[in-house]
Design a protein around this ligand. Structure first.
Ligand code: SF4
Ligand code: SF4
Length: 181
């Protein structure tokens, strides 16, 4: 009678799907179409399972994940600004070859609006420009912000130096010649 009252204590898996609990931390699923290649997940990942390689010569950035290193902590999901990576219910990670544990996505780099050299993922530049333009008070300000975002760090630094030199601050910072008493 006790056995009948308890019911089935086993599951049909692997012949039927295995139910998992709510908030189960399974295989991180990456949606390349929603990803802007910002590298936030790369920085957040404590196991170095997520990597990012920028190749300016080829004009691209390669995002990759190694499921063999993942510890299913969920920090990539927490840090992603676009929800492009989420932990799924999938726990079946067995593969025939170690290479099959790796997934990659390739993103094109945007060219600097000033020097023309590739410097950051085009999707990331576009994402930041759209975010900033929402707070712009005019179309001109939105254009100026987009131009700033589309300029590489080296060109921004050069522009800052020109700006400071134009203000005459450079002159004040140069050492005054020592006078003899
Ligand atoms: S779940 Fe944790 S260990 Fe796995 S890829 Fe995301 S951040 Fe890295
Ligand atoms: S944090 Fe999200 S948007 Fe940024 S690289 Fe990772 S998956 Fe892509």
């Amino acid at each position: 009678m006790e056995i009948f009252r308890t019911g089935e204590a086993t599951v049909q898996y692997p012949f039927a799907p295995m139910p998992v609990c709510k908030d189960f931390r399974g295989k991180p699923e990456h949606r390349a179409e929603g990803c802007i290649a910002c590298a936030a997940c790369t920085v957040a990942c404590p196991a170095n399972a997520i990597g990012m390689e920028t190749d300016t010569a080829a004009g691209n950035r390669i995002w990759s994940i190694d499921y063999g290193r993942c510890v299913f902590c969920g920090r990539c999901e927490e840090s992603c600004p676009t929800g492009a990576i989420r932990l799924s219910d999938d726990f079946e990670l067995a593969v025939g070859s170690k290479a099959d544990l790796t997934r990659k996505a390739v993103f094109t780099l945007a060219d600097c609006a000033c020097c023309g050299k590739p410097f950051a993922p085009a999707k990331e530049v576009d994402y930041v420009a759209r975010l900033l333009s929402q707070s712009a008070r005019s179309a001109e300000e939105a254009d100026r912000l987009r131009l700033t975002v589309s300029t590489c760090p080296a060109c921004k630094r050069a522009q800052d130096v020109h700006h400071i030199a134009g203000m005459g601050i450079g002159r004040q910072m140069t050492k005054e010649p020592e006078t003899t008493p």
